[in-house]
Design a protein around this ligand. Structure first.
Ligand SMILES: Nc1nc2c(c(=O)[nH]1)N[C@H]1C(S)=C(S)[C@@H](COP(=O)(O)O)O[C@H]1N2
Ligand SMILES: [Mo]
Length: 159
């Protein structure tokens, strides 16, 4: 996580962005997704649509992949942009305050109709917590989601 808790958006965009809690909170109601439990999230909170972020950054039509980077625990997932661009959201607040780390904050990527872990490209594992950078690329980006069940189970061990 970077020091000022901002989310960088870069790669194939017209404008690289550094968004913080206040920036997201100030977006118009039309860009807000209130109560992500309605989308199937386990915990409550508010989000902005990924489509909004792509619009703000001026995503290039050449971008084919979106990579969610979490520097905090070095976890990364890269998925085809077209499969998430109109439905994924970025959760950023809970009860009017920044999303706590316990819920994957300050920024958590969430795909509403994700598949079960490791059953598809767009699976629950791609709901990256502690996202500090969203990168758009032509080719698939870095992805270190667990490859097998042993590796996957380790991620779910407490501590
Ligand atoms: N930064 C980060 N994000 C992550 C993970 C992780 O280890 N680090 N685990 C992933 C996996 S494998 C799953 S199944 C979900 C679990 O989300 P939950 O902790 O909200 O249940 O988060 C995903 N996002
Ligand atoms: Mo997972």
């Amino acid at each position: 996580m970077n020091a000022n808790n901002s989310l960088r958006v870069d790669g194939l965009v017209e404008r690289a962005l550094a968004l913080n809690f206040d920036d997201l909170r100030a977006l118009p109601e039309a860009d807000q997704v209130r109560d992500v439990r309605r989308l199937g999230a386990k915990r409550g909170g508010d989000a902005v649509g990924l489509a909004t972020i792509l619009r703000l950054a001026g995503a290039s039509s050449e971008a084919q992949y979106i990579t969610l980077h979490a520097g905090a625990d070095d976890f990364h997932a890269s998925v085809p942009l077209s499969s998430v661009s109109d439905k994924a959201v970025l959760i950023y607040q809970q009860d009017g305050a920044p999303l706590p780390a316990a819920a994957g904050g300050p920024f958590r990527f969430f795909i509403p109709d994700h598949a079960a872990c490791r059953t598809a490209e767009i699976d629950e594992c791609a709901n990256v917590k502690f996202v500090d950078r969203i990168e758009l690329t032509r080719e698939r980006g870095f992805d270190n989601r667990p490859q097998d069940e042993t590796e996957h189970a380790k991620l779910h061990e407490p501590g």
